[in-house]
Design a protein around this ligand. Structure first.
Ligand code: SF4
Ligand code: SF4
Length: 408
């Protein structure tokens, strides 16, 4: 099944967006690739300048020029600190869209686009791909690939959605649609189960709408805005068949994309931690003698501006000792498929992040995005550290002693 490409011209680079950069350099210290290299061309300011020169046809978008854009993680830490309000995420996506035809001959990019368009965006093909991956993992073949270090031990099978789950409270505080995403039901179905149980504990009736698909964030990040738009249309249609107050997302990258790119679903979208804080969880009775640190996913902190809520939920667990890192806004190196396209820089950024996160020898690093969870898991395994990486839903479900009553 092929995703029909939506035709649009609303992805044209806006020179007014580019002109907002006043070259102050206040974003430089927040940029992981600038911190790694010290190069202006690997900084937000430098990249905006390069894009402006390409738009004004002062610079040809040759391979060496475009590589500076490839090296950008899209973490938007620069956007979060920019005093001029430069919409860096929008600029980057549109710039990548503009030059996509120059990139899609690169074998790695071509392979990534093939997988994103014809596997990730296509549920039946995705299903059979994960079946094959499960067999390959059992045979030990996957472990031959260093990038697969972060994959969870168990790969689950897809189960059809269409469930309605009642809350554990006497009355329904909110009716929520739960966003499944593309790969999470296969590799992190336990995170989904934990999220749904927490929502029920907070008084939600949870519906799992049928026909939902990948949100299209990964496609947008590499510049394939047409496929991303097509997925937006499919999901808007699928969720319009369900009746709900909020769309709950437990993946920071998907949540940020839906909020920004979906005209109808966007305003109804909430991150899991936001809604749990808003509706309130009961007092946790179990004390946990653990030292933890919270890693902010970029698209939750820098884009959705959700960083107080996860901390509030974690601080409510009795016995927890939680410390903060010096640069909470910086990326872990995951950034969608960046680890596949730019493995060297991705590992360097991960190592820098882990140096901060592991400083006080935590028992657990808690995060709120599957990509970060996988990347950090791979990183601690590479460093041979015992620290566990958990999604906040898994951690809270453990603290509240919630079982898995949903068999996704
Ligand atoms: S992007 Fe913003 S912070 Fe960075 S140089 Fe431009 S105006 Fe300054
Ligand atoms: S998005 Fe992240 S990596 Fe890219 S320029 Fe901004 S801070 Fe640097």
């Amino acid at each position: 099944m092929k995703v029909k490409e939506a035709s649009t011209n609303r992805h044209v680079l806006d020179s007014a967006d580019l002109a907002r950069c006043v070259h102050c350099g206040l974003c430089l210290d927040s940029c992981p690739t600038f911190r790694q290299t010290g190069l202006e061309t690997e900084s937000p300011r430098g990249r905006i300048q390069l894009i402006s020169m390409i738009v004004e046809q002062q610079l040809e978008p040759k391979k060496n020029v475009l590589h500076h854009l490839d090296l950008c993680l899209g973490c938007r830490a620069c956007e979060a600190v920019c005093p001029s309000g430069v919409p860096y995420g929008r600029i980057l996506e549109r710039a990548r869209y503009r030059v996509l035809d120059k990139k899609d001959k690169d074998p790695k990019v071509a392979l990534a686009l093939l997988a994103l368009r014809h596997v990730v965006a296509n549920p039946p093909v995705l299903h059979w791909s994960f079946k094959a991956l499960k067999l390959a993992k059992r045979a030990g073949l996957i472990d031959l690939f260093p990038g697969a270090f972060g994959l969870p031990e168990i790969i689950h099978e897809w189960a059809p959605p269409g469930l309605v789950l009642k809350p554990y409270t006497d009355s329904i505080k909110a009716r929520v649609a739960f966003f499944l995403g593309c790969i999470m039901p296969y590799v992190y179905s336990d995170v989904h189960q934990a999220s749904i149980e927490l929502l029920r504990l907070a008084g939600c009736e949870v519906v799992i709408c049928e026909q939902q698909r990948c949100c299209g964030a990964l496609h947008a990040h590499v510049g394939d805005l047409k496929t991303s738009d097509a997925l937006t249309e499919i999901n808007e249609r699928a969720f319009s068949q369900c009746d709900f107050d909020y769309l709950v997302v437990n993946s920071a990258g998907c949540g940020a994309h839906i909020r920004e790119a979906y005209p109808h679903l966007g305003p109804k979208t909430r991150d899991l931690s936001e809604l749990l804080v808003e509706l309130g969880l009961p007092q946790c009775e179990r004390a946990m003698d653990l030292t933890i640190v919270y890693h902010d996913p970029c698209h939750l902190r820098n884009v959705q501006k959700v960083y107080k809520e996860p901390r509030k939920l974690l601080h409510n667990i009795p016995g927890i000792k939680m410390f903060e890192v010096a640069h909470p806004e910086t990326c872990c190196g995951s950034a969608g498929i960046y680890g596949f396209l730019e493995p060297k820089m991705s590992s360097m950024v991960t190592d820098e992040k882990l140096t901060e996160l592991l400083e006080n020898n935590p028992d657990i690093i808690v995060t709120a995005n599957p990509g970060c969870q996988m990347q950090l898991t791979a990183g601690v395994r590479r460093l041979r550290r015992k620290t566990q990486i958990m999604h906040i839903a898994q951690f809270l479900a453990m603290a509240y002693g919630l079982g898995n009553s949903v068999n996704l």
